[in-house]
Write a protein that binds this ligand. Structure first.
Ligand code: BES
Ligand code: ZN
Ligand code: ZN
Length: 496
């Protein structure tokens, strides 16, 4: 699907025109991008229908008296409560309505006061993201007959004048790329583990070397030599080879270096402490890895002037004759000994070695890990925000500011020393679970902290939002959300 910008009045006849309207101004909208006949038709439609411009309200109408045969009105709610995220959802609702009713080309028209309030850049951000995320589907296994496939070929965003179009054009490429990368992460995160296995992730990473990234994949034997026994322990019950994938974007003249580490459990059965509920959702336990891999795709395309390192620890947590067991003790890459209290607390073990390796090999200005780490984070926050932990206040604020700009929600959680005390082992230095289940996302974060030294580090537990995403006009049901991708790419390619 081609997404472009234009200015002036909608001239070429698109299959559908979508208009975004505020509740307060629904009876007298200013729509300079539409010809008189179309504006008049919209006026009559609003008068005749009960369309009130409420948030998430969508109306479809067919006519032969306007520039397009299909008019779609989308409500934005009250102007004083308006946030740009509302426009993102409205764009998703608009293009789905058009696409699902056979439109192949669409024009999106926002009344000009919207761009007065938000600025053409933010309007573009919201509309581009809403269109691309809203258009995404996970239907490759449904075997839809080609004649029944409903597909948009082109969407054009109209601005009232050339100045605004130019402002939009300065930012649209970046927003399109970020949204596409989010869809990539959604695609991988929605796939089962018999498709997206550890080798699949390594293959996808290797593809990035053609785009200028240095990609290294550490195999089991190399990790054994390096002493990554925590990551390797988790992989012991599975026939799938464990891997540590390292992707390095190192442009000449880069002054800062950032690293992103993702939990890549292609499936988490729980191991010998086998899961008793919702095991099937654990195909999504590689969403942290998917976010890092997709973001590195974005880095390869957007070429920021900073060094960006993406690291993925990928394994399967399964059961087999050699599976690791509760009470086992392993020594990690950084020399710390860990006793296993529960084989289902495996993500922190994989991340422990991945993080320790990353801080050992690179001098970092900032480190972020992303992981579907704990059910406790979901208990704490529901599906509406990810849990963020940090050892460095300034870096946390920087990451959260990027999250805010990207329209992803993170909630600051504590890392009190007491949580760390609870992760001390009975016989080893550390244990992978405390003696109780309270504050489970905090104790997990405290465990990770033992492996990052003094590097400014942020841990984002994306279990709340990664899978399934909250269903909306930009998120289909029972699919991964791609959470984290936009925050990472905003952080390394956005303003600051
Ligand atoms: N992958 C899970 C966490 C998870 C749970 C993610 C639900 C998304 C939705 C993780 O490996 C896990 O099993 N954590 C345990 C830790 C416990 C054994 C201390 C949990 O959260 O129950
Ligand atoms: Zn687990
Ligand atoms: Zn897990």
């Amino acid at each position: 699907m081609k997404l472009s910008t234009a200015f002036g009045t909608v001239a070429a006849v698109p299959d559908a025109v979508a208009v975004f309207l505020f509740e307060d101004e629904v009876r007298s909208p200013r729509l300079p991008s539409l010809n008189r006949a179309t504006v008049s038709e919209i006026g009559k439609l609003i008068a005749a229908s009960k369309f009130a411009g409420k948030k998430e309200e969508v109306l479809r109408h067919y006519t032969d008296r306007a520039i397009s045969p299909m008019l779609i009105l989308v409500g934005l709610g009250a102007r004083k409560e308006f946030q740009w995220k509302t426009l993102r959802l409205a764009a998703g609702a608009a293009i789905r309505m058009g696409r699902d009713h056979g439109a192949k080309s669409m024009a999106l028209v926002s009344e000009d006061k919207l761009a007065d309030d938000l600025g053409a850049e933010d309007v573009t951000h919201a509309l581009a993201e809403g269109v691309i995320l809203g258009n995404w589907r996970f239907d490759e296994y449904r075997k839809i007959a080609p004649k029944d496939v409903k597909e948009l070929n082109s969407v054009t965003i109209y601005f009232v004048n050339e100045t605004r179009k130019k402002a939009a054009d300065r930012v649209i490429k970046r927003h399109i790329e970020i949204a596409r990368c989010t869809n990539l992460a959604r695609h991988w995160g929605s796939q089962p583990a018999n498709v997206v296995n550890t080798e699949f992730l390594a293959r996808e990473a290797r593809k990035l070397s053609a785009k200028g990234l240095k990609v290294t994949v550490l195999e089991r034997a190399q990790m054994q030599k390096l002493g990554m026994n925590l990551l390797l322990a988790v992989s012991k019950g599975s026939a799938m080879p464990p891997k540590l994938i390292i992707m390095d974007w190192n442009p000449r003249g880069a002054k800062k270096t950032y690293a992103f580490v993702g939990k890549g459990l292609v499936f988490d059965s729980g191991g010998l402490n086998i899961k008793v509920a919702s095991m099937e959702e654990m195909k999504s336990d590689m969403c942290g890895a998917a976010a890092v891999l997709a973001a590195m795709n974005g880095v390869a395309e957007l070429k920021p002037n900073v060094r960006v390192i993406g690291v993925i620890g990928t394994v399967e947590n399964a059961i087999g004759p050699d599976a690791y067991r509760p009470s086992d003790i392993y020594t990690g890459y950084n020399g710390k000994t860990v006793e296993i209290g529960n084989t289902d607390a495996e993500g922190r073990l994989v991340l422990a070695d991945a993080l320790a390796y990353t801080v050992d090999k690179y001098k970092l200005d900032g480190l972020v890990d992303l992981a579907t780490l704990t059910g406790a984070a979901v208990v704490a926050l529901g599906h509406f925000a990810d849990a963020i932990f940090s050892n460095d206040e300034h870096w946390r604020q920087t990451v959260m500011a990027a999250g805010e700009r990207a329209g992803e929600r993170q909630w600051h959680m504590p890392l009190f020393d007491e949580y760390g005390e609870e992760m001390k082992g009975e016989v080893a230095q550390l244990r992978n679970v405390p003696g109780h289940r309270w504050g489970g996302s905090c104790t997990a974060a405290a465990f990770l902290k033992e492996f990052v030294g003094t590097t400014p580090w942020v841990h984002i537990d994306i279990a709340p939002t990664a899978f399934p995403g909250v269903v909306s006009s930009i998120q289909p049901k029972a699919t991964a959300s791609g959470s984290g991708v936009r925050t990472i790419l905003e952080l390394v390619t956005g303003k600051d």
